[in-house]
Write a protein that binds this ligand. Structure first.
Ligand SMILES: Cc1ncc(C[n+]2csc(CCOP(=O)(O)OP(=O)(O)O)c2C)c(N)n1
Ligand code: SF4
Ligand SMILES: [Mg+2]
Length: 301
């Protein structure tokens, strides 16, 4: 693959005036994604904040075709669209699902697994902002441990570790899966290009800044996303047929609290200094990082 070696949008494929909050990951993600996929793309949207941001017809934000579908059914809808396009001989048209973590980790998981197992020629993008943001910050199985949402019971914190979606999707033995961050734009854009050019079922999971949900200042979105990678909270990896590659190794150790302290959803953990829970989150993060390094070491690359 010829790398893009740039992070500038030269060919804008969205109209101005996105309906997102300021500092929203969805808005930036889609600007870059669409500039690489081009107008000959069918976007399939299950319910999420992006259902709103994409705009009501005829005021669509995206230059391309947009199909809104049920929360649970995006990969199945995309499968049907793919089949219809292939029947028309339009094999070069990309079919891209744009889903949130709720639509991916929880409600659309069986449909996702079905399409991945069948090896459908679909590009699946998950904007993982760690909760059901569009309906008021409810917990999903992607919500990080220790975070406050509006639906956690009594103690008001999430006390379950998030699901390993990349591990689940890797087990489907698909040709290409990767994580990406808006703070590492060159890596992100190259992954979109690679995913576009790889035939078969492909998945990208992007860390999604969300100022109202994470309780951050809009201008901090990229700094927080960068720290999530530098602390190993959100490692940048690729998985090709179950072979792991680590794309960014932090040059120095940065404790998780550097990233967490900037987000109001964790403020309760720092009321009297750093809490026992922060220590547990650090241990879990270190363990997960070591696990990924071991997987990469034993992979055939
Ligand atoms: C079957 C169904 N249940 C609930 C809803 C209401 N709903 C719309 S968007 C949304 C939240 C989506 O969360 P996520 O997938 O994480 O995307 P985000 O809003 O965070 O971008 C919910 C619960 C719905 N549209 N359909
Ligand atoms: S609530 Fe979060 S994900 Fe939704 S539009 Fe606002 S910033 Fe984006
Ligand atoms: Mg979400």
């Amino acid at each position: 693959m010829e790398p893009l070696n740039e992070f500038i949008i030269r060919d804008e494929k969205v109209f101005s005036g996105a309906l997102s909050c300021r500092g929203c990951g969805w808005a930036l993600l889609v600007r870059h994604l669409s500039s690489i996929l081009g107008e000959e793309t069918v976007y399939v949207l299950p319910a999420s904040c992006f259902s709103i941001i994409s705009g009501p017809y005829p005021l669509n934000e995206l230059k391309g075709s947009v199909v809104h579908t049920l929360f649970a059914a995006a990969p199945a809808t995309a499968t049907g669209i793919r089949a219809a396009l292939d029947r028309q001989g339009k094999k070069d048209v990309t079919v891209a699902v744009l889903a949130g973590d709720g639509g991916t980790f929880d409600i659309g998981l069986q449909s996702l697994s079905g399409a991945a197992t069948r090896g459908e020629n679909i590009l699946y993008i998950c904007n993982n902002n760690g909760a059901y943001m569009n309906t008021g910050i409810q917990t999903s199985t992607a919500t990080p441990y220790g975070a406050i949402t509006t639906t956690n019971p009594a103690a008001k914190i999430k006390d379950i570790w998030p699901k390993d979606l990349m591990g689940i999707i890797a087990a489907h033995n698909i040709p290409y899966a990767a994580t990406a961050s808006l703070a590492f734009m060159e890596d992100f854009r190259n992954k979109i290009k690679k995913a576009k050019e790889t035939p078969g079922f492909r998945l990208l999971m992007v860390d999604g800044p969300c100022p109202p949900g994470h309780k951050t200042e809009p201008e901090m979105s990229i700094s927080v996303a960068r720290l999530a990678v530098e602390t190993n909270i959100f490692p940048l990896i690729e998985v090709e047929h179950q072979n792991y590659t680590i794309n960014h190794e932090p040059e120095k150790f940065t404790p998780v609290e550097e990233c967490m302290k900037l987000q109001g959803r964790y403020s309760h953990l720092f009321k009297n200094g750093s809490s026992e829970l922060v220590k547990q989150i650090q241990e879990y993060t270190d363990m997960n990082w070591k696990r990924l390094k071991d997987l990469a070491k034993s992979s055939v690359n």
